[in-house]
Design a protein around this ligand. Structure first.
Ligand SMILES: C[S@@+](CC[C@H](N)C(=O)[O-])C[C@H]1O[C@@H](n2cnc3c(N)ncnc32)[C@H](O)[C@@H]1O
Length: 372
């Protein structure tokens, strides 16, 4: 079957690399998605292991339709009984962009009718009660009259790893935090510093990568309720993931934040993820002595001003960060912000500058290598 890993714009190459690392065959990469070939085992592996993807979808069909009759016929011709049993729940979510069939509620209703008709015929029944615990979320995406039909195998988005029970008001998504680690030069031998750690997501994702902890180990997936998925195979792949954890004692990861309440949340999140001894300390960034940091990778998501603080405070932080970073030795900085004037305020052009999206906000990852 063909599977689709969806992701935030800008993360496609990272997701592509993660899929290749699982030994799977990538068919193509498009904006916000990577399409790959795989069986049941690939579907389970991808859900458990992909750190930067949002969801794993099963591609059911792709076709052109410009009338509701065409849409009905295409959907009705598909073998829905291969997936959905008589009692199963199958909600439809449609989006439509630049298509003649533009009404999303109308598309949803036609697709639902077409599937219901098909299943009624296959199961020789008038009634589909939709009262089991099993859900097949069907996703319909129309783009320039081209329809892509898929089923979501993940359930909750994959950024929900299960460790983050509370957050501060502007947390970074776990998938994006993992991406920042992968785009940085950090290795577990180097010290990682997050001076604006908030709920600790960057540090926790780094520790999970360093310890080879599969991101999906502490959560459930929609496919776990599906009757045609071999649950013994799931258990085998899950146990293999558990056994491949390699705990590195005393990881050099240091986190600071000005807000002591948010630090309590960060500590709890780290504990939930299995990291009891991570270093969290309350400190105003202005009081940190950067001259003491050598051979460090700073990975951070400071306030942007959009959601949190006064823009002037934020600009002052960025200016001061530029000065403080000059005092570090043999260190690098990877910083994500939506502020397009960051490089001017920091007073140095980034060695690399990459466009990324943080929950719909267009951001840039500014990478700075050792200044000296
Ligand atoms: C965008 S949030 C970081 C979110 C974090 N990545 C997470 O996953 O929750 C920015 C953080 O910077 C902190 N902060 C703001 N001003 C600060 C300062 N002067 N010194 C240290 N931390 C500060 C805020 O308390 C907030 O937690």
């Amino acid at each position: 079957m063909q599977l689709i890993a969806t992701c935030a714009f800008g993360l496609e190459k990272l997701v592509y690399d993660e899929i290749k690392k699982l030994g799977l065959w990538v068919v193509k990469t498009e904006d916000g998605k990577v399409i790959f070939e795989g069986d049941e085992s690939a579907l389970i592996q991808a859900n458990l292991w992909l750190r930067c993807a949002d969801r794993i979808m099963i591609k059911i069909a792709e076709f052109k339709a410009t009338t509701f009759d065409e849409l009905f016929d295409e959907i009705n011709a598909l073998e829905w009984e291969k997936y959905i049993e008589i009692n199963d729940v199958f909600p439809i979510k449609a989006t439509s962009v630049k298509s003649i069939l533009h009404s999303e509620p109308a598309i949803q209703s036609i697709v639902k009718k077409a599937i219901v008709k098909k299943l009624q015929k296959r199961y020789h029944t008038e009634i589909l009660p939709e009262n089991s615990n099993t859900t097949y979320q069907i996703i319909v995406k129309a783009n320039k009259d081209q329809f892509l039909i898929s089923i979501d195998s993940s359930g909750e988005s994959l950024h929900k790893r299960g460790y983050r029970t509370k957050t501060n008001i502007a947390p970074i998504k776990e998938t994006l935090a993992a991406a920042l680690i992968k785009l940085s030069d950090w290795m577990p031998e180097k010290t990682l510093v997050d001076p604006f750690c908030g709920s600790g997501t960057i540090a926790i994702e780094a520790a999970m990568i360093a310890n080879n902890i599969a991101p999906g180990l502490k959560r459930q997936f929609a496919f776990q309720n599906w009757s045609w998925i071999n649950q013994k195979l799931f258990q085998k792949i899950y146990n293999e993931a558990l056994n491949s954890v390699k705990i590195i004692e005393k990881l050099p990861i240091y986190c600071f934040d000005i807000d002591s309440e948010v630090l309590k949340i960060a500590e709890q999140n780290a504990k939930n993820a299995g990291f009891e001894n991570m270093h969290f300390k309350r400190s105003d960034f202005y009081d940190l002595d950067f001259a003491k940091f050598s051979n460090c990778t700073f990975i951070t998501n400071p306030p942007y001003g959009e959601r949190m603080q006064d823009i002037e405070d934020v600009e002052q932080i960025y200016r001061e960060l530029g000065e403080k970073f000059k005092q570090t030795k043999n260190s690098s900085l990877f910083l994500i912000t939506s502020d397009e004037s960051f490089q001017d305020l920091f007073n140095r052009k980034a060695d690399k500058n990459r466009k990324l999206f943080n929950g719909g906000i267009r951001c840039y990852l500014y990478s700075y290598l050792d200044p000296n």
